[in-house]
Design a protein around this ligand. Structure first.
Ligand code: SAM
Ligand code: SF4
Length: 326
């Protein structure tokens, strides 16, 4: 069991399959110097399989494939097929643009729930945010996933100047569609020009929603990062991921593996331990996994000591989101 010094049991692993992406979201990657890792540095399908088997033997029960964009990894199908043999809930976070091509793979490998990122319902704003003209394709794929019976969550990064104008439209979507919209507070990563006053908090968003809807709080599971709500009578739900304004570190059960095989015990943690090199040198990765878990900080990777409002992006040390794996 992967228990840390604060008695938190870690049974959820997020594996980044690549640091490359077919989109260019401004909040995720630096605008310049985008250099993807050479493929020799990426974990191979076999190495992902091997490391996953160790994590599963240590109690991991859920694996999320992410990136970069996991569906641009050319071995995606092979990786998902290899992981399907483990007794885990296998799931995926994607920008959605290639989802239609992979539906048979999702079905084959027991992926039942897919998180699709979509920050706006306006094609022109979508282009400005992602630098790609793919709103219609992503939207069609969300509809397709719903029709095909997948549990679909829509991840919306709450960007100031955008979310205020669109939050009611997103909540309106839940009336007839069984989708679960999650508004994520904007987080700081290397090169994403985060400033604390650009964070639109859940409290601010809830105020906007309450001006138009009577809403009801739903109960959340113990390890949930999202605080869920419903408009009574609506088929879908909406939620807030309050990483900045109200962290949920006390019940954190997550570990991350970067595409180059480094374990990160926290999204904001500075420390990484290179499991892939240990594996490639014929060593045993297990003690290094325990070491990483033991070194996990209580809150926010030991950063943001004075709260997010007093924090500037330059004080923080971290990779960009695209290179960590969200
Ligand atoms: N490419 C996939 C996608 O976009 O869903 C998976 C990787 S992406 C890094 C994972 C999630 O992180 C996405 O939902 C994305 O919106 C979110 N994300 C990226 N940068 C963020 C930031 N600065 N603050 C909050 N969420 C962010
Ligand atoms: Fe790519 Fe996802 Fe990052 Fe956007 S959020 S640049 S789609 S990895």
């Amino acid at each position: 069991m992967l228990k840390d010094t604060f008695n938190r049991v870690h049974d959820y692993l997020r594996i980044s399959l690549t640091d490359s992406c077919n989109f260019r979201c401004q909040y995720c990657m630096p605008e310049e110097n985008i250099q993807c890792m050479p493929s020799s540095k990426l974990m191979s399908s076999q190495e992902i399989d091997h490391l996953s088997s160790v994590f599963v033997s240590l109690g991991v029960k859920k694996i999320r494939l992410t990136g970069g964009e996991p569906l641009v990894r050319k071995e995606f199908a092979e990786i998902a097929q290899r992981l399907a043999k483990y007794p885990v809930k296998l799931t995926l976070t994607t920008n959605g643009v290639l989802a239609d091509k992979f539906l048979p793979v999702f079905k084959d490998t027991g992926i039942k729930s897919v998180n699709v990122s979509l920050d706006t319902l306006k094609p022109d704003v979508f282009y400005a945010m992602t630098r790609r003209n793919q709103f219609n394709k992503v939207w069609q794929n969300i509809m397709l996933l719903i029709e095909q019976g997948f549990h679909v969550k829509i991840n919306v990064v709450a960007m100031e100047g955008v979310v205020e104008n669109e939050i009611l439209d997103f909540v309106a979507l839940t009336q007839d569609l069984p989708v679960h919209v999650r508004f994520i507070e904007f987080m700081p990563f290397e090169g994403n020009r985060w400033v604390s006053n650009k964070v639109v908090t859940a409290t601010q968003m809830l105020k906007l929603v309450r001006e138009s809807y009577q809403i009801q709080k739903l109960s959340d599971d113990i390890n949930d990062t999202a605080k869920k709500y419903v408009v009574p009578g609506h088929k879908g739900t909406f939620a807030f991921i309050t990483t900045m304004s109200e962290h949920f570190c006390g019940t954190c059960n997550r570990l991350r593996l970067t595409a180059d095989g480094k374990i990160k015990n926290c999204l904001f943690g500075k420390e990484e331990i290179d499991l892939l090199s240990v594996l490639r040198n014929g060593g045993d990765v297990e003690p290094f996994i325990f070491k990483s878990v033991q070194r996990k900080y209580a809150v926010m990777g030991g950063q943001f000591e004075h709260g997010y409002k007093q924090t500037t992006a330059t004080e923080l040390e971290n990779r960009s989101m695209i290179r960590i794996g969200g």
